[in-house]
Design a protein. Structure first.
Length: 423
């Protein structure tokens, strides 16, 4: 029999709302928020009907007892990132409730402590992680050494400018656009150096870390779990962010008219290609772990899952698979590994899988497609059939790879992890 920790419904719903808000801000999936809040509610002695509603920028918790209803809601900033540390601490705490039997004041103190907890890494580490991540994206997309150096510098510039603008109170999308204008302009300047041969990659790679991984994957999971409202809202956030990135690139490229390579960038020889992409994806996943505030001791898990993702993808493509097929297989494999790891630790398998597959974003294919659109726009009536065909090929291939990145983890989690408690 569940012994009530508190008979006060206002206290119960208040603590449940505080927990839901922390999970929402930390980048938890909608189903995890619902299951975690329910776990706390029944521990506190709740025996009525509990309803947890998650919208794009708010969480609502309501408790029904016959004709009486206690309801609370609170707005939170839209989540573009995740806080791995806070999600892990909350998961560990909820699993220990029946063993430690904390009081309501103890639960409230814990939630307050998690809310104000410090970042695991200082700002300098975050800048370096962003720069290394940009270099990894460049290496994955067949960038040369000097293009990687340019991506390292320009990614830190974009990261720093956006951070400054956001802290000054500017809108998230406006901050991103202004940061892109500065960072991409610098990347165009670097691309004019003769030592940089993969000029398109040097320009595109610094922007790829801006792709919002959290709403991209969680939106797909929410929709397939029939949480359609928040799922569509998260994908709308993804769409707006992608349009912001494309607009920033379009403005700078349109104004500066960079001279880009005219032929397709050739991939490295097979053994070297496999080594480079596995290493770059592994390090990139770990850098994302740093940016998402993962404890240091868990970074090797991100390295392992990231290496698995691109290793399987590269092997599949070497055996004749299409890029989108190889991407889907790599995403499924790394997600299965993430599920196994999450059952041994308190690392959220959704976050672990998500950060492992994001380095596979088709940056080079996307920029080739965008470059083709610019060329078609400038040529007007002198559009060649081969140019249209090539542009369409790159745009559709990039789109299918994005879908594989989203649906690979989502379907795997819904099938293989459907019976696990999402706490």
């Amino acid at each position: 029999m569940n012994i009530p920790v508190t008979p006060d419904p206002d206290t119960r719903t208040g603590l449940c709302l505080k927990l839901g808000g922390l999970l929402f801000s930390g980048g938890a999936s909608t189903q995890r928020i619902i299951d975690s809040v329910s776990e706390l509610y029944y521990y506190l002695g709740g025996a009525s009907d509990l309803t947890v509603t998650v919208s794009y920028d708010a969480v609502m918790v309501s408790e029904s007892r016959g004709e009486e209803r206690t309801e609370r809601s609170k707005r939170f900033p839209a989540t573009f990132t995740a806080n791995v540390r806070s999600l892990m601490e909350i998961s560990s705490y909820l699993h220990s409730l029946e063993r430690t039997h904390p009081t309501t004041s103890g639960i409230s103190e814990f939630l307050d402590k998690v809310a104000i907890g410090p970042q695991v890494y200082p700002v300098t580490f975050q800048f370096l992680a962003a720069g290394v991540l940009g270099a990894c994206y460049c290496a994955i997309n067949n960038g040369d050494l000097w293009a990687m150096v340019a991506s390292f510098v320009c990614t830190m510039v974009i990261f720093g400018f956006r951070r400054t603008f956001i802290h000054a109170g500017m809108n998230f999308y406006a901050s991103t656009l202004l940061a892109l204008l500065a960072g991409v302009t610098l990347a165009v300047f670097f691309s004019r150096v003769d030592l940089v041969t993969a000029k398109s990659v040097a320009i595109a790679a610094p922007t790829l870390f801006l792709i919002p991984a959290v709403p991209m994957v969680l939106g797909g999971m929410d929709i397939l779990r029939n949480h359609n409202g928040i799922g569509v809202a998260r994908w709308a956030c993804l769409f707006m962010m992608m349009m912001t990135i494309f607009l920033g690139l379009a403005i700078v490229v349109g104004l500066t008219q960079p001279v880009l390579e005219t032929t397709e960038i050739s991939a490295r020889p097979w053994p070297l290609f496999l080594l480079v992409v596995i290493l770059a994806c592994a390090i990139g996943s770990a850098m994302l772990g740093i940016l998402f505030n993962s404890p240091v001791k868990y970074l090797p898990l991100f390295l392992l899952c990231g290496a698995t993702t691109w290793g399987v993808r590269a092997l599949a493509m070497h055996l004749g698979w299409s890029p989108e097929g190889g991407t889907f297989l790599g995403a499924v494999t790394s997600t299965l590994l993430a599920i196994f790891i999450s059952r041994k630790t308190h690392v959220d398998c959704v976050i672990l899988a998500m950060l492992s597959v994001i380095p596979m974003v088709p940056g080079y294919m996307a920029i080739r497609g965008i470059r083709g659109i610019f060329a078609i726009t400038n040529q007007g009536g002198e559009i060649s059939l081969s140019g249209v065909s090539e542009t369409t090929h790159f745009i559709f291939t990039a789109t299918l790879i994005f879908l594989a990145i989203i649906l690979g983890p989502v379907f795997t989690l819904l099938i293989a992890d459907r019976k696990s408690a999402r706490i």
